[in-house]
Design a binder for this molecule. Structure first.
Ligand SMILES: C[S@@+](CC[C@H](N)C(=O)[O-])C[C@H]1O[C@@H](n2cnc3c(N)ncnc32)[C@H](O)[C@@H]1O
Length: 387
């Protein structure tokens, strides 16, 4: 196939629970949604389209461009099929690539084996056609080939993102229990905050929710913060059109927000980290940071969104202590945040009940393997103590 001009299937992976938000993003960018799985959405386009997707998508993890799909029964079939692909047209013999794989086939006990078969086929093909072989290894900072093998269907993709898109490049100091950037973006999207009204984030930790909200409110592309993607290392990559696209996208962003953004944490160290991360992301002048207990967070008039991501705890003593914190969050929301939409993101539903306010919506997310909920509260005058 001619990589840069022919359309193919594009699969964008995401965390479980994030697909509705990823679909919404794709549709608003004008891409069709062809199918969806638990942690992926399928669309179509050319390799050139993957540049836009990598630059603009906020909730996806990896943008996979389908190179070929075929029937496969054994690792030797796999080798033969992959050997037929015109790799010499896509990867330089002086380049470097890595292979990632997702294999579910009862006859394959160790997924490293098909992975090696795939790598060997690519290397052998390029060596035969060009007389030299590219280097290979585990680094994902250059060409990444992704092998997907389910039953007797094999699919080979270019992972055009290289490193996952959650690695935006601004979080230098993650601290403990940070939320992944792409998940934070999905949480902000589900609050419906688009930049007007205030955005209040007590317990901000390393600042991920506030930073993602600022980027979103300003309409800044999350991918502008990164300089390296998998697609850049493929033959035929046109650097000047990539630069033009970046310039155009940068020019479309706003440079002010209507409301105030406030992010606080009880830990001085967390607030320092959040400030540095916001600075790296280029949004520090839009967020007012402060060190204080969540209950002391300033909440300006005129309403907006208030989001808290408290710890969920795993030890008993900790859970009891956290029970008091969650009750306190309920009081804070009820007493100080009237006129706002309130959100608590947690992986512990028992603790969530201690908030003691009636939930309007419960949105299911996964933070890694942990099932979580984003609980929404309408905070009107006299919210009742009921759930
Ligand atoms: C799960 S972390 C938040 C992670 C954050 N979403 C991120 O992406 O980095 C919870 C944060 O709550 C803070 N915290 C705990 N108790 C607090 C309190 N009483 N008042 C304010 N912040 C508190 C902790 O310091 C921690 O940074």
């Amino acid at each position: 196939m001619s990589l840069w001009t022919e359309k193919s299937r594009i699969v964008i992976t995401c965390a479980k629970g994030v697909t509705p938000f990823l679909k919404q993003e794709l549709l608003s960018l004008g891409f069709p949604v062809l199918s969806e799985g638990r942690a992926e959405v399928e669309t179509e386009g050319t390799m050139v389209d993957t540049l836009r997707l990598n630059l603009l998508i906020r909730t996806g993890q990896r943008v996979l461009f389908l190179v070929d799909s075929f029937r496969v029964e054994t690792p030797d079939d796999l080798y033969r099929r992959i050997l037929r692909i015109r790799w010499e047209d896509y990867i330089s013999e002086e380049g470097y690539f890595s292979v990632t794989s997702s294999v579910h086939n009862p006859s394959i006990k160790d997924s490293r084996y098909p992975n090696v078969k795939c790598k060997d086929a690519v290397v052998d093909r390029i060596k035969e056609k060009r007389g030299r072989r590219p280097d290979t290894g585990p680094e994902r900072d250059r060409v990444v080939i992704h092998l997907h093998w389910r039953g007797n269907l094999g699919q080979v993709y270019f992972d055009t993102s290289g490193e996952p898109l959650s690695k935006r490049g601004y979080r230098m100091i993650p601290l403990k229990a940070p939320m992944q950037e792409t998940l934070a973006a999905a949480v902000v999207l589900s609050t419906g905050w688009t930049g007007s009204g205030n955005f209040i984030n007590p317990m901000c930790g390393s600042g991920t929710l506030a930073i993602e909200a600022a980027l979103m409110g300003l309409g800044r592309a999350p991918g502008l913060l990164r300089n390296n993607y998998g697609f850049m290392h493929l033959k035929g990559f046109d650097e000047s059109s990539w630069k033009t696209l970046r310039r155009k996208v940068r020019a479309e962003a706003k440079d002010r927000l209507d409301g105030r953004m406030i992010a606080t944490d009880i830990s001085q160290q967390a607030v320092e980290a959040a400030k540095k991360n916001a600075m790296t992301a280029g949004v520090e002048r839009f967020v007012e940071f402060g060190v204080c207990d969540f209950s002391e967070t300033p909440v300006p008039d005129r309403g907006g969104v208030v989001v808290l991501n408290p710890e969920y705890g795993d030890r008993m003593g900790e859970i009891e202590e956290l029970g008091r914190t969650y009750r306190g969050i309920g009081d804070f929301l009820k007493k100080k945040c009237q006129g706002y939409r309130g959100y608590v993101f947690t992986g512990n539903l028992d603790l969530a009940k201690k908030v003691g306010l009636r939930t309007k919506r419960k949105i299911l997310f996964y933070n890694g393997p942990i099932e979580c909920r984003l609980l929404e509260y309408d905070l009107y005058e006299g919210s009742r103590k009921r759930y």
